[in-house]
Ligand binder design. Sequence first.
Ligand code: CU
Length: 207
Amino acid sequence: MRATERAPAFLSTDFQEMTMSVIRTGLPHRLAAAVLTLGVAVGAAGCGSSPTAADTPAKRASASSLVLIDGWVKAADEGMTAAFGKLVNSSGRDVHIVSATSPVTRSMELHEMAHADGGQMVMREKKDGLVVSAGGEHRLEPGGDHLMFMELTGPVRPGQDVPITLTAEDGSSVEVTAVARSYTGANEDYQGGDHDHDHDGHGHGGH
Ligand SMILES: [Cu+2]
């Protein structure tokens, strides 16, 4: 992925369209990303090192290239909840999101679903963050990647607009909005590594 991040911004329109078509055909994300990286490497070799506007920080892909389409968050009174939607990257470069914050939660994590030792699906922190490919999109959905609110500071009620700030690897950030709605799913078990939250409110009562 380093090649992608350091590549000049002169990706040709043809190449971007090719990449988009690869993504649209539904190939796995990683494959599409690999194709993109390969294409950039070839392009860079063929064009030599022409210093362009790509060298100025303002031209690098930043979080501001992202929008969250149909963003929503599961309404909850307390504890944990999650936000979903479709992140779309309108720039010609990958955007690597490494963290998120929201005023309605004390902390947030980027989560993914994975198989636990027992075979069941659990959610866990996505340690490497998430990448939205150049000109591509990344879906956040129940059962998949999501933005996790680790500890709500108060109730999140249906209809409420919840602001979320996404921060990219380069330190840039963008604010998106998710609308709270009632939802009965997304009750995945959390496989936290070293979190020190006490998950109260779930009395087991010895049954
Ligand atoms: Cu989660």
